[in-house]
Ligand binder design. Structure first.
Ligand SMILES: [Zn+2]
Length: 194
């Protein structure tokens, strides 16, 4: 069955959101947070974003473009951070969403860096640069959940990551993977505001 998706993206990347909406067979909510919710009550803010925007979605697709990093120069990341926080928020009336990061074409060479030998264990690791220079902390923390090891297996991560090209070939394959994480053991270790 198709899982309903919410898409978190920077306005600069709206053409990719439009492509998903128009060309891919995905059940999606076509909304974006564009005004702040004024309250000092964090739980209230999370609830309101869930009610008014994320609604009954179970997977959030985060489009990782050139403007969506924590450290992106002069970018205000409030809305994408709030969307991801509310996605990770496990409330009384909702379970947290699965999180699927999709690396847009202009970011492939900044994130997928091949492989290198590890100075700790001597084995070869795939180098995937997900940090504050390439994405927001809400994504990077829950992708590389601290595990006191030199590498991460698929079971060590909550977020799923793929490229735009692979995503377009088989979107529901990746959406299903993100959905399934909600009931996996690693789901107990996510953070809403890392
Ligand atoms: Zn290692």
């Amino acid at each position: 069955m198709a899982h309903k998706c919410f898409i978190s993206f920077k306005t600069q990347d709206h053409e990719f959101k439009k492509y998903i909406h128009d060309e891919l067979d995905i059940d999606m909510i076509d909304k974006s947070l564009h005004e702040p919710i004024n309250s000092d009550d964090e739980d209230y803010i999370m609830r309101k974003i869930r009610e008014n925007y994320l609604s009954d979605s179970t997977v959030t697709i985060f489009l990782i473009g050139t403007k969506s990093a924590e450290n992106a120069f002069l970018e205000n990341q409030t809305f994408i951070k709030r969307e991801l926080q509310a996605s990770l928020y496990h409330g009384a009336n909702n379970t947290k969403n699965g999180i699927l990061g999709v690396v847009l074409p202009d970011m492939n060479n900044s994130i997928f860096l091949g492989s290198d030998n590890c100075s700790t264990c001597g084995n070869s690791h795939t180098i995937v640069k997900i940090n504050d220079d390439t994405s927001i902390t809400e994504f990077s923390y829950n992708y590389y959940i601290p595990n006191n090891k030199c590498s991460w297996t698929e079971d060590d991560r909550y977020c799923i990551l793929t490229s735009w090209e692979k995503f377009c070939e088989n979107p529901n394959y990746y959406i299903d993977q993100a959905f399934d994480k909600r009931t996996r053991a690693i789901s107990a270790y996510t953070k809403v505001r890392p």
